[in-house]
Design a protein around this ligand. Structure first.
Ligand SMILES: [Zn+2]
Length: 256
């Protein structure tokens, strides 16, 4: 789990974050595997690829790496807002890897969020940079980790211990049906799935789901038909195998 900090590396780079970038990318190139297929290695992309750091040589799944010293907070600063929203709408987001390393260069935690878990509800628009900034007017975004459905946070390393790759792959495979939902409506599907997880019961009713109507309305301010949308998305989740309809207005959770 160590990042292998060679002597001399510290001298070659200006800052600790630059060293971290080199070490964590090296580690991923050595240790990572594809969660979507049996490939036991990932390939690096050309260095100037803006949002993709690795891809699977067998199935071409794209991966982007983010790394930091401390534990991830609920809000992660990301790149420009508009290109991120466009990527979500066009279904081009990469799988994201969140790597946390310790001060003695060991990998403490590594989380994978599959690409189909990113929706507009997960992206927060930041204030434009002020007139004094070098890129005045530029608008960045934050990734709201807390708005990602728990199902979409797959642990590869936890407290310095790697989890079995077969568990990671089976988790990815279980969730993959979500990628078949059109990107225009997938945001709704994910928000309603997150609601189901928040309800947290094996069986729940439509009226319990409606308790989340205001919250969902806030995430989708232009939608005037939130309750019908909730019912529609519960059907989508049933068709994807997450839920079972047991009686009118009564649902049972299948996948946990
Ligand atoms: Zn693959």
């Amino acid at each position: 789990m160590n990042l292998q900090c060679e002597p001399g590396l510290a001298a070659a780079y200006k800052s600790r974050s630059q060293i971290a970038r080199v070490l964590t990318e090296d580690w991923c190139a050595r240790e990572l595997y594809c969660a979507a297929c049996p490939s036991n290695a990932l390939s690096r992309t050309e260095t100037n690829a803006a949002t993709v750091d690795f891809f699977c040589p067998k199935c071409a799944q794209p991966y982007q790496l983010k790394s930091r010293l401390n534990a991830y907070t609920s809000k992660i600063t990301d790149a420009a807002y508009e290109p991120m929203i466009r990527a979500i709408r066009e279904d081009r987001t990469p799988n994201l890897l969140f790597l946390q390393y310790s001060s003695n260069w060991a990998v403490s935690n590594l989380l994978l969020v599959p690409r189909f878990f990113f929706s507009e509800s997960v992206i927060e628009k930041r204030k434009p940079l002020g007139p004094g900034a070098r890129r005045a007017g530029w608008v960045g975004c934050n990734i709201l980790l807390g708005n990602i459905v728990p199902d979409g946070r797959i642990s590869l390393v936890s407290n310095g211990v790697a989890l079995p790759s077969k568990d990671v792959r089976s988790r990815f495979a279980e969730m993959r049906a979500l990628s078949g939902v059109r990107p225009e409506t997938r945001g709704w599907t994910l928000d309603v799935l997150r609601m189901v997880r928040e309800i947290g019961k094996e069986n729940f009713s439509l009226s319990e789901a409606y308790d989340y109507a205001d919250q969902l309305q806030a995430l989708h301010p232009h939608n005037q038909h939130v309750r019908p949308k909730i019912r529609q998305q519960l059907q989508v989740l049933r068709d994807l195998g997450f839920l079972r309809f047991v009686a009118p207005g009564q649902y049972a959770v299948i996948k946990h």
